[in-house]
Write a new protein. Structure first.
Length: 981
């Protein structure tokens, strides 16, 4: 088929599309508008004829006339990869085609779509596509209608003159790639097709084209209208009509203001002779004062998440029900802000954000980080290639404008983001200036201004917030140390610093920068982490330290977790595939499996951890009082929540962002649980919002002296020391320094245990662990003696030394066996020099049984830097229930702060808290297998007793695990008691 190659032409972004406008659904009259019948909308979603071609050369010329010989059927909307065409591909930064802008490969796959629709009226007909990836050509009844691109924005065509009464043929040719694909290098599975709604709006000859609504907190509504007919307005609150007239300025006395805690909306009807448009609007005002973000004159904290359109079955195609499920889950987990990473969401989803109460960063459909992935490239040299290139100015501006104009009336949108990871340069500076001129009522954001190209001094004057990704909390402390004096200076270092972005701290008064640059840098802006706590696999750890700072610094206005859901493809039978599983190149493996929820939206423990970290209250214990902090920005605490303190109902009347003291009940441990006081859109009255466990006295029971009468039979043969007593028989192996038999309680010898199956957050330190051969430890015993009195005492001096390596650990252990079979172990461990942090240290038992009882932090997995969602208590559970089925197998199911653990055969206790896990899988199995469905259960229960594990952290993409949570001790003592049942 011969067509114009608009897909390679930067000068032709759109052909015959209507001007950008705000999103709305017109109705025939106000009653239909109230009911949201959308009776002027002709829905074209459904089953279309479809044919997939690997190249435009294969498309027949008569396709545009509706010839569908040999075609299949495909649901619209959908992504053709989810329907069995082409193949799935996941890549993070690397472009899936040669970098040769604006050109894409000649063999550019395309999908030919055909459907029929009826027309029997004289209305003007506007054909709308809400999302098509990546570009498309349109024909109606064989006549060319137009062309468009920008995958996640609406394209509208006036097809009135092409439509006839009766049957009409609509043909759409969609290309996999176009010049716009260079700007759509988002970290996601790459999918194609008509993936959002398609419909025709039937409209009168004269109608409203566009309108802009601005409100303030005094109750004023200003309306700008682009219309060729008269317009009147009706305004209603929940009680009924409060205004009717044709004034474009409406004043509401004592308006109820909108915020994320009370998302109150009014209904405005725009009425013409033949049409009515319904808008939900809120009164709110966002501004910056002294480097702090205020909403309605009150400082706010945005506790957010980044969200992609992603479903394991439908891909980019997300129904209202799917989206609403996401929003409900977010609100249930105390999330109050959303970043539309990294493109506009479906327009109706933004309306849901208004209703549910989210502070939204609305992001343009731009990501260009593939330019920093070239061999020899870097953020300073190649990251800004398109950001600086004047040929790309219109394409970048077009995407920013489409984002802003479509959602300009959404109350929830508080911040416009120019895009994500696109480098920085004049094109973004111009786009940012356009946004500020077009809409002065919202803030502007663009994290990539952190990066500065060689030869360019960034102008960030049009950006309202200072934004980074994955900055270490120490960087945040530095940022707020002397704001406006000691500042972060962007420099072209060619690589990122420890804390994100290329730069250095400088004292402005001592610097030699130019006056203009100094003035710009002296402006104290609110700080925001648009991405933090990378939630990949078992993680994130260390959330608390960030949220502590969110509330410590007034200017720290928000942080957005990366990211909401795991991206994976459901292959059936609970099998999920990720990058590389489809044989594609390039791919970035499981880096897409990095969400707070599984693909099917089951919460990860990371989401439960985040929920606790950002809960809307905090309680601390001092002497005999509790200090209750209300972390709502607008709500009285007792208006939203009621509490149970050790089971007794209480209410705390604490003002927004206030603190108040209350008597604390007696007891070593006080459990405070908070419940929702009334029904909401996302949860019923009585839903648990969070808890606080106050450990007044952290009493760890001391191990009592063992008084046991009886005699032993001790014998030594070769490497074995056999100890027989009343109802027990143990064999100690002098060659390993450990027991090889503990009556019938173990099925294999007990092992010294250093390796853990690397978590996704260990992906960097794992290289050091493997190079150090931590997974190949062997025990070498220097000396082993025993003594028999009323106990058997075995003293053993051994070392852990892998093949190839020198000594890792020197261990001196005293084993004391009592006449009743109890074993006390005390090890003194010295760690070798110049070694990476230790994954773990302890013992590994292979035992039998499914039931487990423990006193420690549960019921969910817990680690030194990841246990906010757990509490200290006694738990009865099973080995199966303690397993966390991460899509890529890894360390899981450990329990931090344990006092004792008891299986059906073994009890281990200590007067120093330890960690344990009990799983059906060995570390070796979890390390080797790439998918959870590949795992083979061990015949035994694998019980790991750990002195300590290294923290979980968030180093899959974020900073190193915080120093206080690293297992970097050079010497330590490990003491446990083992009881065989």
């Amino acid at each position: 088929m011969q067509i114009e190659k608009y897909y390679n032409d930067l000068n032709t972004l759109h052909i015959n599309t209507e001007e950008n406008r705000v999103y709305y659904m017109p109705c025939s009259d106000i009653e239909n508008a109230r009911k949201e019948t959308n009776d002027r909308k002709q829905d074209l979603n459904g089953e279309w004829d479809f044919m997939y071609y690997t190249c435009i050369d294969d498309v027949p010329e008569d396709f545009k006339y509706g010839n569908t010989d040999g075609f299949d059927k495909i649901p619209v909307p959908s992504c053709w990869q989810t329907q069995g065409y082409d193949r799935h591909q996941y890549t993070n930064t690397r472009y899936p085609f040669p970098y040769n802008p604006p050109y894409v490969p000649y063999d550019n796959p395309c999908g030919a779509y055909v459907t029929h629709f009826e027309s029997d009226n004289d209305y003007r007909k506007y054909l709308n596509f809400e999302g098509v990836d990546s570009c498309f050509y349109v024909w109606v009844n064989g006549e060319f209608v137009g062309y468009s691109q920008v995958s996640h924005s609406t394209s509208e065509f006036d097809i009135t003159d092409k439509v006839k009464n009766g049957d009409n043929i609509l043909c759409v040719l969609v290309f996999k790639w176009c010049d716009g694909s260079y700007l759509e290098d988002q970290d996601k599975f790459r999918m194609s097709g008509i993936f959002r709604d398609v419909y025709i709006l039937n409209r009168p000859q004269k109608h409203i084209r566009d309108y802009k609504i601005e409100t303030d907190i005094q109750g004023k509504i200003n309306i700008e209208i682009d219309s060729d007919t008269d317009v009147s307005f009706v305004l209603e609150n929940e009680k009924g009509e409060i205004y009717s007239g044709d004034s474009k300025t409406i004043t509401v006395e004592k308006p109820i203001l909108w915020n994320a805690e009370y998302p109150y909306l009014y209904t405005l009807y725009l009425v013409t002779e033949d049409e009515v448009i319904r808008e939900k609007i809120g009164f709110r005002e966002i501004k910056i004062d002294d480097g702090i973000v205020f909403l309605n004159n009150k400082p706010i904290k945005m506790k957010g998440v980044n969200r992609h359109d992603s479903d394991p079955v439908t891909g980019y195609t997300i129904s209202r029900e799917q989206a609403e499920k996401d929003l409900k889950l977010m609100k249930q987990h105390n999330i109050n802000a959303l970043r539309t990473s990294h493109y506009p969401n479906a327009p109706w989803l933004m309306q849901l954000c208004d209703e549910y109460g989210f502070y939204v960063i609305a992001e343009s459909d731009i990501e260009i980080h593939g330019t920093a992935s070239f061999f020899g490239g870097s953020q300073a040299v190649t990251f800004g290639l398109l950001a600086q290139n004047p040929d790309w100015e219109n394409a970048i501006l077009d995407r920013v404008q489409r984002n802003v104009i479509r959602d300009k009336n959404r109350t929830s949108v508080c911040i416009w983001s120019l895009g994500n990871e696109g480098g920085y340069g004049v094109n973004f500076e111009k786009a940012g200036r356009w946004v500020k001129e077009y809409d002065s009522t919202r803030l502007t954001h663009y994290e990539s201004s952190m990066w500065q190209m060689e030869g360019h001094i960034n102008d960030t004057s049009m950006l309202d917030v200072e934004s980074t990704m994955y900055a270490d909390y120490k960087w945040i402390d530095k940022y707020f140390e002397n704001p406006g004096e000691v500042v972060w200076h962007r420099v072209s270092l060619g690589k990122g610093s420890e804390y994100g972005g290329a730069g250095e701290w400088i004292n402005l008064s001592e610097s030699k920068l130019g006056k203009k640059e100094k003035e710009q840098m002296a402006v104290v802006k609110p700080y925001m982490q648009c991405e933090f706590i990378h939630a990949m696999g078992n993680g994130p750890g260390g959330i608390k330290e960030y949220i502590d700072r969110l509330y410590r610094y007034d200017g720290f206005s928000g942080a957005f977790a990366w990211e909401w859901c795991d991206h994976a493809i459901d292959m059936g039978d609970s099998k999920y595939f990720y990058g590389g599983d489809f044989g594609e190149y390039p791919n970035d493996g499981n880096f897409c499996v990095d969400g707070l929820v599984y693909p099917d939206r089951r919460p990860h423990t990371g989401l439960l951890e985040y929920k606790q970290a950002i809960k809307p209250f905090a309680i601390k214990s001092y002497s005999n009082i509790m200090v209750v902090e209300n972390r709502y920005d607008f709500a009285e605490l007792d208006d939203k929540l009621y509490f149970e303190v050790n089971g007794e109902r209480m209410e705390f009347d604490v003002p927004p962002r206030g603190k108040k003291s209350f008597p604390r009940p007696n007891g070593d441990v006080v459990m405070v649980k908070a419940y929702q006081k009334s029904d909401t859109l996302w949860a019923k009255k009585g839903y648990e919002v969070g808890f606080e466990q106050l450990i007044v006295n952290d009493i760890v029971p001391k191990l009592e002296p063992v008084n046991a009468d009886g005699s032993f039979e001790v014998s030594e043969q070769g490497r074995n020391i056999t100890i027989k007593g009343n109802n027990f028989e143990y064999i100690f192996d002098k060659s390993t320094g450990n027991f090889k038999k503990l009556s019938d309680a173990v099925t294999r010898p007990v092992e010294w245990n250093v390796w853990r199956a690397p978590t996704d957050n260990d992906r960097n330190i794992m290289r050091d662990w493997i190079n150090a051969d931590y997974h190949r430890e062997q025990s070498y015993v220097y000396d082993c003696t025993y003594d028999v009195t009323d106990t058997v005492t075995i003293k053993c001096h051994n070392a852990l030394i892998p093949v190839v390596q020198r000594k890792h650990m020197d261990i001196e252990t005293v084993w004391t066996i009592y006449a009743n079979g109890i074993i006390d172990m005390q090890s003194s461990v010295k760690v070798g020099e110049n070694l990476p942090v230790i994954p773990r240290f302890g013992l590994r038992f292979f035992t039998k049984g499914e039931n487990v009882k423990y006193y420690g932090y549960g019921p969910y997995e817990s680690y030194s830097d990841k246990h906010l969602c757990t509490y200290l208590d006694e738990f009865n559970t099973t080995v199966s229930d303690m397993y966390e089925p991460y899509i890529k197998p890894q360390e899981n199911g450990s329990h931090f702060g344990t006092r004792y653990v008891e299986t059906e055969n073994i009890r281990v206790s200590s007067d120093t808290p330890f960690s344990f896990s009990a799983l059906h899988y060995t570390q070796e199995e979890l390390t080797e297998k790439k998918h959870n469905f590949e795992l083979e259960k061990c015949d035994d229960t694998v019980l790991c007793i750990d002195y300590k594990q290294n923290g979980i952290g968030q180093n899959s993409c974020g900073p190193l695990t915080q120093e206080e949570y690293r297992f970097g001790e050079s010497e330590f003592e490990f003491k446990i008691r083992i009881e065989i049942k």
